[in-house]
Design a protein around this ligand. Structure first.
Ligand code: FE2
Length: 305
């Protein structure tokens, strides 16, 4: 195990740069140390690593089972867990988000290799969602604790791929609460009318990006970054023209857990909804699908199959 790690904090809210370790040779004990640094700092940067695709995937496997991206292409047939984002082909995530929250079990961690980056521009920002929750007023925390939200893959052209998560999730390791809605994938607060949902989501997603909760990282080629996807969001600055290529592995997820049971029923307008019922269509569709699958599970349980 390497005991000579240098850890440099990068902002008051999250993020640290780590030197003094070659990730290509990381042993299990090193991975444990890195995991505890990640719990403390939420996002870590390891400059000058220059990992191969194989070394990158091998490092990722220290932290759990890896998965490919559900909607994006993987150019490496023999390394299916890696995917690549090329900026000149639209790979710039310039809306705040946690990764793949349209899935029932979003990834818990991502490990990114900056293969090629512009000389200037293309920085990435991360924000601390524990802080975003902790600094809400108690009445707002209380409201958010009882809400859930619909997320979908509309940004990937797949709005039918959707799921519902708690608005506030409890981290399974730290037991801390964090805000879990994002401007990229979150469409609707389930228990509010669509107008109320629009306003609250606009407020929460703007609040989550308060500069006080963030760190901004300037890349150099060969840097590895890793972040806890359960308690952070990130955003890429779309301010560059040169090539920017990243490769990423993601560690498979768990189901986000709420602070408590839901406090209210889903809110969808009934007979007098009129024209505004179109705003409830997507939520209705998801709830209908979920009710159908619950019913078929119930029947299977009843028949003992
Ligand atoms: Fe992302």
């Amino acid at each position: 195990m390497n005991d000579n790690l240098e850890v440099l904090r990068l902002s008051g809210s999250l993020g640290a740069e780590v030197r003094g370790i070659a990730l290509a040779d990381a042993a299990a004990a090193d991975a444990e140390k890195i995991r505890s640094l990640l719990t403390e700092h939420l996002v870590l940067f390891f400059p000058e690593q220059h990992l191969s695709v194989e070394e990158h995937a091998a490092f990722g496997r220290h932290f759990g089972k890896l998965e490919g991206h559900p909607n994006l292409q993987n150019p490496f047939a023999d390394q299916p867990e890696i995917f690549e984002l090329v900026a000149t082909r639209g790979g710039i995530a310039d809306e705040w988000h946690s990764d793949i929250t349209f899935q029932a079990q979003p990834s818990i961690m991502a490990i990114l290799n900056m293969v090629k980056c512009p000389e200037i521009g293309g920085d990435t920002m991360w924000a601390n969602m524990y802080k975003a929750y902790d600094e809400l007023s108690p009445p707002m925390q209380d409201l958010c604790d009882g809400l859930t939200a619909l997320h979908d893959a509309l940004p990937h052209g797949k709005p039918e791929s959707m799921t519902i998560h708690p608005v506030v999730r409890v981290h399974p390791e730290t037991k801390r609460k964090s805000l879990f809605v994002n401007e990229h994938f979150t469409r609707r607060i389930v228990e509010l009318s669509h107008q109320e949902s629009d306003h609250l989501l606009a407020y929460l997603t703007r609040w989550a990006a308060n500069p006080r909760f963030t760190v901004r990282y300037r890349w150099s080629q060969g840097t590895i970054a890793m972040w806890d996807n359960r308690c952070t969001q990130h955003y890429v600055l779309n301010d560059f023209d040169q090539e920017r290529i990243i490769q990423r592995v993601t560690v498979m997820g768990d189901e986000p857990k709420a602070a408590g049971p839901p406090k209210w029923e889903p809110y969808v307008r009934g007979r007098h909804a009129g024209a505004s019922s179109r705003y409830d269509r997507q939520l209705n569709k998801f709830l209908g699908r979920r009710a159908g699958s619950l019913e078929s599970n119930r029947k299977q349980d009843a028949s003992g199959s």
